[in-house]
Design a protein around this ligand. Structure first.
Ligand code: NDP
Ligand code: MG
Length: 399
């Protein structure tokens, strides 16, 4: 094999985790570690297929059941539980690449642990960068660890930037530093989600089932709701700002219903670069693992002669308040982004339990941003405190 990697996949039973293992199976990568939440059936299947040495879950009851189920395996697989076990899976000595596909702020400590351990980071999770982008990126710079984005828009931007310096793709930071001064703006594309074009009246009547029906991407429940509310794009503006160190006023969002152009970079001279492809997350997942190489993979090819005409439209910031709040917090910085994220995670969880309406999501987030004090250049403790305060505010308003 021309190319080899040993992965640890955190969030292996989720949408990105499953597609990562699909890429690993096709390319023949070794899998040293897995971490997951509660899906014991799928975890067992993955362990039998990939024989990792170490498996982690936060929940001891889940770990106990899994241990009993795989007791026949030789060599034995170590299954441990608790937050520390997930951190161990993030720093396994034999893994060269850690795929961060845990959802939510729960990925923040594992991300820091993987960076600290000097691993190549294939980062699908966006909430860690939204909450603690400065801390994560500063540690990555200090450790000379490349953070390779899996999020399709950020992978697209990365590919547009890296093509500026193909001779020396030695690390992600020198590439973006080289290009940054030439950037006029980053243009993130958005599918617009299932509710594109609706006004407030129509949005007030949408249900959980409507919101879970995404037109293009098949994703986990939380990000699917974020896509429907356009909070996903708000989080992605902050993610792009942190990854590429570009101020929020140089980032724009365009609705592109066809999901063929994954994002664009406009340079100072008016030249625009874009990355195109079929909407298949296995492409950015694979590139984060193989960068700087583009290796053969399982994804379907884009047929330029038969694909839909490519269109762009302005997003509706008035009816999709979450995107406006994302821009607002990107500009404000400090703990505002952790407050935004914590309030959103709490509100989305309530919406998924049918306890609040769709339009309550932006309302609760906005009110939380008014209630919780923002601190600039926060420590990790201050970021977790902001997250807790935001969640408490949402629960307080919905009791
Ligand atoms: P899913 O909900 O499908 O998967 C989340 C995964 O995280 C599951 O394996 C879950 O385990 C696991 N998990 C949850 N909490 C913990 C924890 N505390 N410790 C260990 N594992 C945990 O989400 P997605 O795969 O859709 O998304 C993952 C991340 O990637 C998100 O941050 C999302 O924003 C981002 N992303 C996703 C995209 C997509 O296409 N899906 C696109 C771009 C970004 P279990 O299910 O077993 O409980
Ligand atoms: Mg995305």
């Amino acid at each position: 094999m021309a190319f080899s990697r040993t992965l640890s996949v955190l969030g292996s039973t989720g949408s990105i985790g499953r597609q990562t293992l699909d890429v690993a199976r096709c390319a023949g990568y070794a899998v040293a570690g897995l971490a997951f939440g509660h899906n014991v059936d799928l975890a067992e299947e993955q362990i039998r297929a990939f024989h990792p040495r170490y498996v982690a879950t936060p929940d001891e009851a889940v770990a106990a059941e899994l241990r009993a189920r795989i007791a026949d395996l030789q060599p034995a697989v170590t299954v441990e539980s608790g937050e520390d076990a997930v951190l161990t899976a993030a720093a396994l000595p034999e893994a060269d690449t850690v795929v961060l596909a845990v959802v939510g702020i729960a990925a923040l400590k594992p991300t820091l642990a993987a960076v600290q351990a000097g691993k190549r980071i294939a980062l699908a999770n966006k909430e860690a960068l939204v909450c603690a982008g400065e801390l994560v990126m500063n540690l990555a710079r200090e450790k000379r660890v490349p953070i390779l984005p899996v999020d399709s828009e950020h992978s697209a931007i990365f590919q547009c930037l890296i093509s500026r310096n193909p001779e020396e793709p030695t690390d992600a930071f020198s590439v973006s530093a080289y290009s940054r001064r030439d950037i006029e703006r980053l243009i993130l594309t958005a599918s617009g989600g299932p509710f594109f074009g609706m006004d407030r009246e129509a949005l007030s009547r949408v249900t959980r089932a409507d919101a879970l029906r995404h037109p293009t991407w098949n994703m986990g429940a939380k990000i699917t709701i974020d896509s429907a509310s356009m909070m996903n794009k708000g989080l992605e503006v902050i993610e792009a700002m942190r990854l590429y160190d570009v101020p929020a006023d140089r980032i724009s969002v365009m609705v592109h219903r066809e999901s063929i152009v994954h994002s664009l970079v406009e340079f100072r001279d008016g030249s625009i670069l874009a990355q195109l492809g079929c909407p298949d997350m296995r492409v950015p997942i694979q590139y984060a693992i193989t960068w700087p190489e583009h290796t053969p993979g399982p994804a379907k090819r884009l047929d330029l002669l038969h694909c839909k005409p490519i269109t762009f439209q302005q997003p509706d910031l008035g009816n999709f308040r979450c995107l406006a709040l994302g821009f607002q917090c990107a500009k404000e910085g400090g703990t505002s982004t952790a407050i935004l994220n914590g309030a959103n995670e709490a509100a989305v969880a309530l919406f998924l339990e049918d306890r609040i309406s769709f339009l309550d999501i932006p309302k609760l987030i906005e009110e939380t941003l008014n209630r919780v004090e923002v601190r600039q250049h926060p420590s990790l403790e201050e970021i977790f405190a902001a997250d807790r305060s935001a969640r408490a505010a949402v629960l307080d308003m919905t009791r």
